[in-house]
Write a protein that binds this ligand. Structure first.
Ligand code: MEV
Length: 390
């Protein structure tokens, strides 16, 4: 019995931090991926890489376990192995990629009861999705019933397993819920949705014209309810000639602390919300440029976005050095993710020159083409591992 699922990391072109306050943003799935492998084991405790899982060190996995894998409902302990080429805590969405891949693996291994012959969300007897309003991925009170649609569950007829049971919207939704739990209740759905869907994802405060709308997400935070409209921007015209060169500073930078730092700065000086709004205005300019395939303007918007991020206090000298080095050979460069260390990203048509310049300045580089496939179930052997309600 074994299930394997993988998901890509992500790079943010514009709008990190401001998106947590509801401003627009764009993220791109990168070539680098994370794979999660799960197998059932005897005994009470979960294992990660052979050692007992420490819930406090792995809040994402722990929250997911409460949503999808309750011991009290008969779920067996699991052995988990995680592999991939996305460096941790570096702004490339390693935790979101791991969360959505783990969600897909757990769902494939557990399966999903449905009430009718088809797997459309209306016919689900269990699960979380943007169109399902009688379960709540964010607030789970009784984890043995988490995600069961109680009014439907008694009518369950068919049990889907493996990749047939997996739904990308569910993985994105749960991915967001576990990121929010790990980031003290403050997280946008950007990372989870980009790692789940792949391609180029646009978040906005409004429904964007001429772009495919995917769904709406809402999250109640300590300072108010946020709403995001998520769109699939598709591959921009001419995007196949573009590369993202990612430069890693090697400075460890967990997201939660950076997100809390920005929230605190705004709590102390509410007038700094203007800076957040300016990032939103720059992102909007960048989005228009992307839609028009005007990559010179996309690059300019990235560079302007970096000026604002630096003003907000989330850049650092190591990031500034790599961004400066990338300048002459790229269309634009900025930090990506939460900042404070981690990675920068440059948009370029000459990945070799940009990569060499960043390496000379002391960064380790990864190169990715623009827009990549999302979540995939790679292996589903002898599923289900267990079935709720049996
Ligand atoms: C982290 O990759 C992006 C942030 O905007 C946080 C979030 O969106 O939840 C800093």
């Amino acid at each position: 019995m074994k299930v394997e699922a993988s998901a890509p990391g992500k790079c943010i072109l514009f709008g990190e931090h401001a998106v947590v306050f509801g401003q627009p943003a764009v993220a791109v799935a990168i070539e680098q991926r994370i794979t999660v492998i799960i197998e059932p084991i005897e005994g009470e405790y979960w294992k990660l890489e052979g050692a007992r899982l420490d819930a406090s060190k792995h809040p994402h996995l722990n929250t997911l376990r409460h949503r999808l894998w309750p011991k009290s409902a008969g779920a067996p302990a699991l052995s988990i192995h995680i592999k991939g080429d996305i460096p941790r805590a570096s702004g490339l969405g390693s935790s979101a990629a791991m969360s959505v891949a783990a969600c897909a693996a757990l769902r494939a291994a557990r399966g999903r009861w449905i009430t009718e012959g088809d797997a459309g969300t209306d016919g689900w007897a269990e699960g979380f999705a943007s169109t399902v309003t009688d379960t709540d991925a964010f607030e789970v009170k009784d984890d043995s019933k988490a995600g069961l649609r109680l009014a439907q569950f008694d009518k369950r007829k068919h049990h889907l397993v493996g990749h047939e049971a997996v739904h990308i919207d569910e993985c994105a939704l749960l991915g967001h819920a576990v990121e929010a739990a790990a980031q003290g209740g403050r997280a946008s759905p950007m990372d989870a949705s980009t790692c789940a869907h792949g391609g180029v994802v646009l978040l906005s405060d409004v429904l964007e014209p001429e772009v495919e709308h995917m769904y709406q997400r809402r999250l109640a935070m300590s300072d108010g309810v946020r709403t995001w409209e998520l769109h699939d921007l598709g591959m921009p015209k001419g995007g196949d000639e573009l590369y993202l060169v990612i430069g890693n500073t090697g400075v460890y930078a967990p997201t939660a602390a950076q997100v809390a730092k920005v929230a605190e700065a705004i709590r102390i000086e509410p007038q700094r919300m203007k800076e957040i709004e300016t990032i939103g205005t720059i992102a909007r300019r960048g989005i228009l440029a992307l839609k028009n395939g005007d990559f010179e303007a996309v690059g300019r918007a990235m560079t302007e976005n970096q000026v604002m991020l630096k003003g907000l206090g989330v850049s650092c000298p190591e990031l500034d050095t790599l961004i400066r080095a990338a300048g002459p050979s790229s269309l634009g460069a900025k930090l990506t993710g939460a900042g404070g260390g981690g990675c920068m990203v440059a948009l370029t048509k000459d990945p070799k020159a940009t990569s060499e310049a960043i390496e000379l300045a002391g960064g380790r580089t990864l190169i990715s083409k623009f827009g990549n496939p999302g979540l995939r179930v790679e292996v589903a052997q002898d599923v289900p591992f267990w079935t709720p309600g049996q």
